[in-house]
Design a binder for this molecule. Structure first.
Ligand SMILES: Cc1ncc(COP(=O)(O)O)c(C=O)c1O
Length: 385
């Protein structure tokens, strides 16, 4: 491995990727996989070491974290991690383990709203959020886009006539747009939410994947009265590529949600997975060199995609994401019909179909950039047919 590529991020073997047994490369027959939000990179060495050590020591029994219902070591690390990376000084007594991020989002919706209540969501949206609203008998209050950004004036107008908005799912940074909400936009969201008594569920799972030159500001860090109306959910799983292991964490700034979690019978939401907690702990204590290298490659890929598209698919409109490794491509000018992703699948590349992200997703596809620059270049050439 070259010195400038200590983790082998630029030298992935596409045949080895095709032999991987996870959903990304196995679930679809296309020769290239750029759909689900998993990275192609090899596991960060400190995480691999920590997981091997658990196996080598035969430590797969019940862990000793200070009692069966004690906070996991990863959850205990969470406040220090947030303080160090984002200057967010959170209340460690409000932290709870979760099995995954969507569990926290759904628990918050169920606890803080009733059937028929409204849930505010920027559109297009990560589809499990959409699946958490209407199938749970809540009403979607979608925020559409204007040329300059999201249409908060329209939202305010609708909230004036709708007193039953209870929850705002804030995907921060935003999947699929790669948008990072800056301070003025976060302040506007906080102002609207507080005036209308809306609890904000801030999903910050992509925060560590904020690109150089942009800053992530945890929503609950804006002010103590904002924190008191916020439920923050996150995980090491996206930035460190651990999605299959299942562990996440919630900070319940909202006291009633914290009390409700505390009052649940132990293990009602499941118990944290030992391997996932081991991996997250290694990630947050010894994984930042790997993370820095990964962000470097994604940064390079998000920029080189501009040139690759100009060369192979010049009609596609694309703005590099400010965070995440997901590129949101407007392919409407290609006239590929109702399901452009199906056409790209025919051409050999599995992408995420835009329509599954709801209104604003038509004519778009989402492309995963967490791969080596050469695999990315091959994929874009294949997409051109
Ligand atoms: C914004 C966002 N939230 C949550 C998740 C999934 O998290 P989990 O698997 O912990 O539910 C993803 C996965 O891509 C995501 O993009």
């Amino acid at each position: 491995m070259a010195n400038n590529d200590p983790f082998g991020l630029r030298s992935l073997d596409v045949e080895a990727l095709r032999r991987r047994r996870g959903a990304k490369w196995m679930a679809h027959p296309a020769p290239f996989a750029a759909w689900v939000a998993d990275m192609d990179f090899e596991v960060a060495p400190p995480i691999a070491e920590a997981l091997h050590e658990v196996i080598d020591r035969h430590e797969l029994g019940y862990p000793n974290w200070g009692g069966p219902y004690a906070l996991s070591p990863a959850a205990k690390l969470f406040p220090a991690r947030m303080a160090q990376r984002y200057g967010w000084d959170l209340d460690p007594d409000r932290v709870h383990d979760l099995i995954d991020v969507i569990q926290g989002v759904r628990a918050a919706i169920h606890h803080r709203s009733e059937p028929g209540d409204g849930v505010v969501l920027h559109l297009p949206a990560y589809h499990p959020f959409l699946d958490s609203i209407e199938p749970a008998s809540r009403r979607l209050i979608g925020i559409g886009r204007t040329e300059d950004g999201f249409d908060y004036d329209d939202l305010e107008e609708r909230l004036r006539h709708d007193s039953r908005a209870r929850i705002w799912i804030l995907c921060h940074p935003h999947n699929p747009l790669g948008h990072v909400f800056d301070l003025p936009e976060l302040e506007r969201i906080a102002d609207i939410a507080l005036r209308h008594g809306i609890t904000v569920v801030s999903d910050e799972i992509h925060a560590d994947l904020t690109m150089p030159g942009t800053t992530h500001i945890p929503f609950a860090s804006l002010a103590s009265e904002v924190a008191a109306h916020t439920i923050t959910v996150t995980s090491a799983s996206k930035a460190f590529n651990l999605a299959g292991l299942r562990w996440a964490v919630v900070h319940a700034g909202d006291r009633t949600f914290h009390d409700a979690l505390d009052a649940l019978p132990g293990h009602y939401l499941g118990a944290p997975n030992l391997m996932a907690v081991t991996a997250a702990t290694a990630a947050w204590t010894r994984g930042d060199d790997w993370l820095g290298a990964v962000v470097g490659v994604i940064d390079e890929n998000r920029t080189s995609l501009v040139d690759l598209l100009a060369e192979h698919l010049p009609e596609v409109r694309y703005r590099p994401p400010a965070a995440t490794y997901l590129a949101w491509l407007d392919v409407s000018a290609l006239d590929l019909g109702d399901d452009p992703a199906a056409v790209f699948r025919e051409r050999g590349v599995e992408l995420s179909a835009g329509h599954q992200f709801g209104r604003g997703g038509e004519g778009h596809v989402r492309m995963n950039l967490a791969t080596s620059p050469s695999v990315l270049a091959e994929m874009v050439a294949a997409m051109a047919g």
